[in-house]
Design a binder for this molecule. Structure first.
Ligand code: PLP
Length: 395
């Protein structure tokens, strides 16, 4: 009998991954997350990051982070409810609330934490959570941690959502409808006006995960709620500070009473140290930049349009994307991974995404266009797509 500490049971599972062809090494980046990166020792065009606005490595954010370290130190030193709540964290919440045009904003250490902590804190036994089938893993985990019942509605299917509301409304105290604002694997936008209307009709609450909408959609990146002019009508608008905003952290925007309750009951805030002051400082700078000008978001959309048009003209299938997230749908899992490998050999890094992250038979490489890319870099990437696509009989 083998020693249990040799973790033979994990070794067996890893062998299975290798047999299925889905085992991988973590890519290693030498330097910042830029439009061109040095990956595993080679310079390539980066079409895989969520650094939509090029803020992750922006001089103004770096300067603000350094200034915050000088003033507050490298770490917050405690959870927020004890002595880890600094003036810079309060300033961050204030500027985010102003930016989002909502009453209050409550911050977390990450978007993942925000979904896990908020969903659990605002629901209880006797409640029902209705969740879109394509919602993000952090929502799924938040729902699992909640004592409420759950039901899944088909992706963006308002008839299905209403059917469930109709039959279940009277059996529960509160109902919470949760949807991504922008769906991360397809780049489509949730039918938020319809969801809000149904919620109002049936007396349900709404929760939007805007990880891929914040910094991207709406006026100067104010998000999906702003895009549809629904401020004040969505109970919980979650956003991440790690994608377009370029740093790390998450938040939920809503009412003052939401803020009061979360500051007493959100477990990631009660039991985990506050985000470092350097992160808060850099994010404040990022929000100021977005409030000063639409230049960053304009460039992002211009680049996304440029890239998508060229890819469609070549005959690639970019699905239902309405945002800078540009999936190139291949279908077969093995072929998808091979396509991604060959693109990399030719100098373009685009990660392949297959089951179980997306449904079987819908494998894709997901291109993330950013404001930081030059037109030359995008055109070079398109050229590589055309070459590899033709070699593999995809176009
Ligand atoms: C990335 C992502 C999150 C998690 O945000 P982090 O700040 O990276 O933890 C949550 N929801 C969605 C839809 C995401 O894409």
């Amino acid at each position: 009998m083998g020693n249990v500490h040799e973790l033979g049971f994990l070794r067996e599972k890893i062998e299975e991954l290798k047999e299925q062809g889905v085992y991988r090494q973590l890519p290693v980046l030498a330097g910042g997350n830029d439009p061109e990166i040095v990956l595993n020792g080679r310079k390539v065009i980066n079409l895989s990051s969520n650094n939509y606005l090029g803020f992750a490595n922006h001089p103004r954010l770096k300067r603000a982070a350094i200034d915050a370290i000088e003033k507050y130190g490298a770490g917050a030193g405690a959870v927020r409810t004890i002595v880890g709540n600094m003036t810079i964290h309060e300033e961050l919440e204030e500027i985010l609330a102003e930016f989002k045009r909502e009453e209050a904003v409550f911050i977390y250490q990450s978007g993942f934490n925000c979904n896990m902590g908020t969903i659990q804190a605002v629901t209880e036994r006797g409640d029902l959570i209705l969740s879109d089938e394509l919602n993000h893993a952090s929502i799924i985990d938040g729902v699992r941690l909640s004592r409420a019942d759950k039901a899944i509605f088909r992706h963006g299917d308002m008839n299905h959502l209403e059917e469930i509301l109709k039959t279940e409304r009277d059996k529960y105290k509160n109902i919470l409808i949760i949807t991504d604002g922008v769906f991360s694997m397809d780049g489509d936008i949730a039918p938020l006006p319809d969801i809000v209307e149904l919620a109002e009709k049936y007396g349900a609450m709404t929760y939007v995960d805007d990880a891929h909408g914040s910094g991207v959609l709406g006026e100067s990146g104010r998000g999906t709620v702003d895009h549809f002019s629904l401020q004040g009508r969505v109970d919980f608008t979650m956003g991440t500070l790690s994608k377009a905003i370029g740093v790390v952290g998450g938040y939920v925007a809503g009412s003052k009473v939401m803020y009061e309750w979360l500051s007493h009951r959100a477990r990631p805030v009660l039991f985990s140290t506050t985000m470092p002051p350097s992160a808060a400082g850099a994010i404040i700078e990022a929000i100021k930049m977005l409030m000063e000008t639409t230049e960053y978001t304009d460039r992002l959309w211009d680049n996304a349009k440029h890239f998508k048009e060229k890819m469609n003209a070549l005959g690639f299938n970019t699905g239902n994307s309405q945002t800078p997230i540009t999936p190139v749908i291949i279908g077969d899992e093995g072929k998808t991974m091979e396509f991604s490998r060959k693109l990399l050999e030719n100098g373009v890094f685009v990660s392949g995404i297959v089951f179980p992250t997306v449904p079987v038979g819908t494998g894709r490489v997901r291109c993330m266009v950013t404001a930081g890319h030059s037109k030359e870099q995008l055109d070079q990437a398109v050229k590589v797509f055309a070459k590899v696509g033709r070699e593999m009989g995809i176009i």
